[in-house]
Design a protein around this ligand. Structure first.
Ligand SMILES: [Zn+2]
Length: 259
């Protein structure tokens, strides 16, 4: 049985081209939710067309609450995340994961709404000396169960980043960042067609794609944007403070990535 787990974010969804659309209090947030469901359904449809038997989806942006469940393709299972965990039902029974709506890591040029976890607090994050963003963080979580990243959709910068980490990989570029807060869009019907096609082809990568598993123990460095933010993080157990804004943590647990 071929099982695919689809992680979603909002910034890299097709049709979203200005930073002002995305906050929950924005007048256009409802439109963003609808656009998210269309990209997600395109990926689900592609996965089934490619031969998946089971698809689970995760509403991950801002802790969830973005999905319009009545719009969700009824063939997909929604991971309801009991206990407000990041995810719940991902395990070794899945053969691959997709990341829909991705954005690039903090500090990327011409990347729509680039950030890593917190655009206010986090300046740089690295594992074993390599800067990584949310794409690699999710791939590490999935890699804990031997599940490889097979497909990514998002802005051009997110897809370029994904290709630097994962190979083989299918990508669907749905827009291109103009600076950080605006994007030039691929027309939405074309964007959804790209997502469906990339998802369909991605299922064929099962067996070739390998899970993302950095060498252990992993040395994680997190540079905050301000010393007072660092004060809070530095209090967490197992975290060593290196300087005013930087903490270090050494761990072998891919589910314990955040200092
Ligand atoms: Zn997000």
């Amino acid at each position: 049985m071929v099982k695919i787990y689809i992680h979603t974010d909002l910034e890299g969804i097709s049709g979203i081209d200005t930073a002002e659309m995305v906050p929950r209090e924005s007048d256009r947030y409802q439109e963003c939710r609808e656009l998210l469901m269309h990209d997600l359904n395109a990926a689900i449809d592609g996965a089934f067309a490619g031969g998946a038997d089971h698809v689970t989806v995760l509403d991950s942006h801002g802790g969830g609450g973005n999905f319009i469940l009545e719009m969700l393709d009824p063939r997909a299972e929604n991971d309801t995340r009991p206990n407000r965990k990041w995810w719940a039902s991902l395990d070794e029974s899945y053969q691959g994961t997709f990341f829909i709506g991705a954005h690039a890591m903090a500090g990327t040029m011409n990347a729509f709404l680039d950030h890593t976890q917190s655009s206010i607090h986090w300046h740089n994050y690295s594992i074993n000396g390599r800067r990584v963003g949310e794409l690699a963080q999710w791939a590490l979580v999935a890699g804990n169960w031997g599940v490889p990243m097979l497909m990514v959709s998002g802005d051009e910068a997110a897809c370029v980043e994904a290709r630097q980490f994962f190979h083989p990989l299918e990508t669907a570029v749905v827009k291109r960042g103009i600076g950080r807060n605006r994007a030039e869009l691929v027309e939405v019907s074309e964007a959804r067609a790209r997502i469906r096609e990339a998802a369909r082809r991605a299922v064929a990568l099962i067996g070739q794609a390998r899970p993302y598993t950095p060498l252990k123990p992993m040395e994680i460095l997190l540079e905050l944007s301000r010393a007072d933010y660092c004060d809070d993080v530095a209090r967490h157990p197992g975290v060593e403070r290196l300087d005013a804004r930087t903490v270090r943590k050494v761990t072998s647990d891919p589910l314990d990535l955040f200092p």
